[in-house]
Design a binder for this molecule. Structure first.
Ligand code: N2P
Length: 357
């Protein structure tokens, strides 16, 4: 073989080996994720276009996974074997994760867009000084109902749901705190009640709602109600807003006995492999125009004050989804009730689900 060809072949083989070795190294622990960012978020909770935009602008590849309850998210992170760089828990769960040492403190110097967040949503009791979390969306739990299907039946309170005229018309969101909370609130107990007798009473009250319950569902609740498969839903506010865009017969009410006010925040779990990219992503999502676009797509309420001016007025001025501080003060935020009490909520919720079968 000609010497030149031999040299050429040797160079080709050496380069191939080198590429192979680099590839292996990248896959090995510690090197993974240099250019990927793994996000764990609620279903239907981001405009996909923004994922593409972040990837294009930064060259970072996003791997995206979803969950449908705080409890499911926690279990997955506790189990290990995941490499989530970002997760989006609600307040009581952030408190719990902080307690269990599952979160990495944030470097605020890498999140200059934090200044865009309304002060009202900063420094809340579940995370003093926002050491671990940055506001993403907020909202309430309430009742969405179809005025046309219900004729003259008025719905303003939790107890209105027990009306026999609503037989097989109610869909419930699949969340232990939400559903048990509705039972507790309907009895005028706190959403953070830990008295076992009260929880049992709430569970029994929920059992008595069984004839009216059509199903307990996940994100598909939006399609089912928008398509008039059921007349009533117990839902998170933003899902109601989304359905109302699809179907003009729908309305949303926060029940008069009281309800839940919640905050979903972005955190960096200890499972993170790319803490730098996670900060970049958090900062990107807090940009006013990005946040406005995301909010319009997701339909939930944004805590980003600077984003509001990029959003349609009718959205921002809708008191059902941007309730005033006077109104939100009357609502309850879920507290981290501790392992034992959370297990009690989950158990009663499970028993209620079994009762329906
Ligand atoms: C989005 C669910 C939002 C969850 N599909 C409210 N904490």
């Amino acid at each position: 073989m000609n010497r030149l060809i031999r040299v050429f072949l040797a160079v080709v083989i050496a380069s191939a080996l080198l590429l192979f070795a680099i590839n292996r190294l990248n896959k090995a622990e510690g090197f993974a994720g240099d250019n990927t960012l793994t996000i764990y978020n609620w279903g239907d909770y981001i405009d996909d276009e923004l994922i593409d935009r972040f990837e294009e602008e930064t060259g970072i590849k996003i791997i995206y996974e979803t969950f449908d309850s705080n409890e499911a998210m926690l279990t997955k992170i506790q189990q290990g074997g995941t490499t989530y760089d970002i997760a989006v828990p609600s307040e009581y769960m952030i408190d719990k994760m902080r307690e269990e040492d599952l979160l990495i403190p944030l470097d605020h110097s890498k999140i200059p867009n934090l200044k865009n967040i309304d002060e009202r949503f900063m420094d809340l009791p579940f995370d003093p000084a926002n050491k671990y979390s940055v506001p993403y969306f907020w909202g309430t739990v309430g009742i969405v109902y179809n005025t046309k299907m219900l004729n003259d039946i008025e719905i303003t309170s939790w107890n209105d749901l027990w009306n026999p005229a609503l037989k097989n018309e109610i869909l419930l969101v699949d969340g232990a705190r939400e559903v048990m909370g509705m039972g507790l609130n309907s009895l005028n107990y706190s959403l953070n009640d830990t008295n076992e007798a009260h929880l049992k009473e709430a569970k029994e009250k929920l059992d008595s709602l069984t004839p009216n319950i059509k199903a307990i569902v996940g994100d598909e609740i939006k399609i089912l109600i928008a398509n008039e498969e059921a007349a009533v839903g117990v839902v998170w506010s933003g899902d109601a807003a989304d359905m109302m865009w699809e179907n003009e017969n729908l309305d949303y009410v926060v029940p008069s006995e009281g309800s839940n006010l919640w905050f979903d925040n972005m955190v960096i779990p200890k499972t993170a492999k790319n803490v730098d990219a996670a900060h970049q992503f958090i900062n990107f999502m807090l940009d006013p125009e990005v946040s406005a676009q995301n909010t319009e797509w997701v339909s939930y309420s944004t805590p980003n004050k600077a984003a509001l001016e990029f959003m349609p007025e009718e959205m921002v001025e809708d008191e059902r989804f941007y309730p005033s501080p006077e109104l939100t003060e009357k609502l309850e935020v879920y507290e981290n009730l501790g392992k034992k009490n959370l297990a009690m909520y989950n158990d009663f919720f499970l028993q209620f689900k079994m009762h329906r079968k």
